[in-house]
Write a protein that binds this ligand. Sequence first.
Ligand code: GLU
Length: 489
Amino acid sequence: MSTPISPIRTRFAPSPTGYLHLGGLRTALYTYLFAKKHGGAFILRIEDTDQEREVPGAVDLIYQSMRAAGLHYDEGPDVGGAYGPYIQTQRRHLYPEYAWKLVELGGAYPCFCTKERLDAARAEAEKQGETYKYDKRCLSIPLGEAKARIAAGEPYVIRQNVPLTGTASFDDVLYGHVEVPCDTLDDAVLIKADGLPTYNFANVVDDHLMAITHVMRGTEYLSSAPKYNLLYASFGWVPPTYVHLPVVMKDASRKLSKRYGDPSFEDLLAMGYLRDAVINFIALLGWSPGSEREFFTLRELEQVFDVAGLNKSPSIFDMNKLTWFNAEYMRKLPFDAYYGLALPWLESALGKDRFDLRRLTELLQGRTEVLNRLPGMVDFLAAMPDYDTALYTHKKMKTDPQVALAAIDLALPVLVAQEHWREQPLHDALMAAIAASGMKNGQVLWPVRIAITGRESTPGGAIEMAYLLGKTETLARLESAKRRLQAQQ
Ligand code: GLU
């Protein structure tokens, strides 16, 4: 797409049907980035005309998620703007006005068909194995008669009048020219019996009235976009530039979906994924910067985002890759920021005062994949877990239960004698004893660490773990391990 002429106006138009799912977040992100890249405006519009699908509280959740994601919108329901209101139900008076304009222009007509008649026609089409299409019966009602029936209180909808012949088309930035024969298109309802518009109509009217220049949305709307273009043509409006975005898949065969337990953006944040990591990862789900570079802040993405890097094929949401990204972001955080994030998780597992949590946090930062995994990485400090004495056998460390017993016998008196329970003196004393014994470092440190943690992998080595546990607990655990090993010999 050539560099657009200012002013660019894009919108994210979610329906308040629940949490912001990750496909929606990606659409919001790309839409935001496109606006920022070109110095344009990014607008949030709430599409709530399908009231049956609305979930209470979902609108507030959308605001929260957008804020949590750092996607600041220039105009929107809770920030205002010159093209408001930005909630469709608050614009409800506008749509019938435009629908009637369309009726006058021949692009739409009122329809009085009852649900019974339509259901019967649909059932009949199904029986014949045909795709149901409204038969335009009400198109033949003279407008004056239709208006009189409406004035008399008869329920009605307004339908789009799709031509019987010819084609409808539009050009998508990603998918190119999309063209469909008009006789395959149904005369969709534009205004429902309750007076509210359907998506089919509201998206066109609002994108026009809000002066939207570029629409990014999911490919589920790709096939109906030609029909929307007929509406633009009837009104004599210029349609926006469309970029339909491929779906985000869970795997080769299934869409990412909250219904199947796939996490929402809020879920990821609650699990302890970092906002910046999620945004970075989501940005690369279907878009490539055209280089091998993988790490981008939101500000950097605002500079480098280019629709030319969008990929037409569906992308797969790889949770392991996200976790890898998150670990990298954790590592790069300034220590105090990481400490602030990790602390509540550590306190939940270990309490506030029992351990030197600052030291523990230093040890954990380079190993943290997701914050919610921290309690499981440190719970052995609070209580000695059960463990298999097979852990004492380690080929590379040249240890087995017998060596372990010798190692504990070597370490115990050194530790008992230790007055300053800090890492450096502990280290110096233990290393001196090991050197004097002729054993190898690993032959002592491996078994001691197993004996006091019961874990093959811990946030630090034997000395750090002993320091954190404190003298009394370390000695008690070593004594207990010794008894167990003796009983096994
Ligand atoms: N309200 C629609 C949805 O949530 C938005 C589609 C669009 O962006 O036009 O899917």
